[in-house]
Design a protein around this ligand. Sequence first.
Ligand SMILES: Cc1ncc(COP(=O)(O)O)c(C=O)c1O
Length: 407
Amino acid sequence: MTSVDLRTPAELDEAERYTAHNYHPLPVVITEGEGAWVTDVDGRRYLDFLAGYSALNFGHRHPGLIAAAHAQLDRITLTSRAFVHDQFAEFCRSLAELCGKDLVLPMNTGAEAVETAIKVSRKWGYQVKGVPDGRAEIIVAAGNFHGRTTTIVSFSTDSDAKADFGPYTPGFVVVPYGDEAALREAITPHTVAVLLEPIQGEAGVLVPPTGYFAAVRALCDEHNVLMVADEIQSGLGRTGRTFAIEHEGVVPDMYVLGKALGGGIVPVSAVAADRAVLGVLKPGEHGSTFGGNPLACAVGGEVVRLLATGDFQRRSAELGERLHARLGALIGKGVVAVRGRGLWAGVDIDPALLTGRQACERLAERGVLAKDTHGSTIRLAPPLVVTAEEIDQAVDQLAAIMVEAGA
Ligand SMILES: Cc1ncc(COP(=O)(O)O)c(C=O)c1O
């Protein structure tokens, strides 16, 4: 890999001129992708170590997923849920089985699935637990990232995500992430759910202390509270297991899924839970025009088939060891700390050398795409089809930019 100067392509200028500036993209204009690689408009190739924030776990244009999408495009793409289509039952059955739950409810984006989990938890709280009307509380963790709707940002602790978007939705209680005692204290008779990311991605790939989720499970059981795991980023093979929470030997009451469920082709999200929980919803109480559409179900069904083989989870576990071993060797050489599981890493770099943004710009110049978060952390989440050699290439470039920066 050779270093190139990233120019600001005309496409980037134009995009800046005609779009709201709610993102600050790296100056790379991508035109094609295959597997772990993308190509820009000037023909330069990059290793994609962001993978659409884990929406591309199976890589760009996975042949099986593309075939499923093509086949469905030639038949029917949208019916609305006013009718049933022939891809629906199979997708829902296979996803429910993958999750070990009775039922699923498909939506589109991650935020919609989180909203669904919130609504279902509240309704369950009123109808099953017997919480007085309007008093339901959901406990969430500081540093959370669950999406961008007005309700979800209401319980964000990130001022960029939250400030000036009020008035905020009440009914959420924030406790420190990974703190069992704080959670125990926050539970009241009105608590209906605890909503947590098994690993906090946006916060910097934070892994809570061992035993935390077992304690969360026990507290939820003790107090008749739903345990809801937002596996939108951590799930579907990313950490070396189907669900990141499996590492803790814990089964939540509800899974919230998204990102990779759409195979990097269409937005597909879902919640999965047993009948006693998801069964509270009746016709007319919740829905989505596009949720569970034929194209989404065809692609999502193929995603579930890929995951059912266990191959991607195994790759992630095995190659993740290599990624973490290689990154760990950079500690003290410009890298301060490395966290994560499987093919997912949060790398804290020495802020005296580079900001996370500068590091990502330099990595892009060297043909590796990654994304910074919170100042001096870089997130690495390559597609699970990445090879050992490609991992080495990417980590070599990270080592090189740290040396260049004076490490
Ligand atoms: C853990 C988690 N939950 C929810 C979301 C929101 O998903 P979406 O952007 O598809 O609405 C994200 C997105 O990054 C996420 O990482």
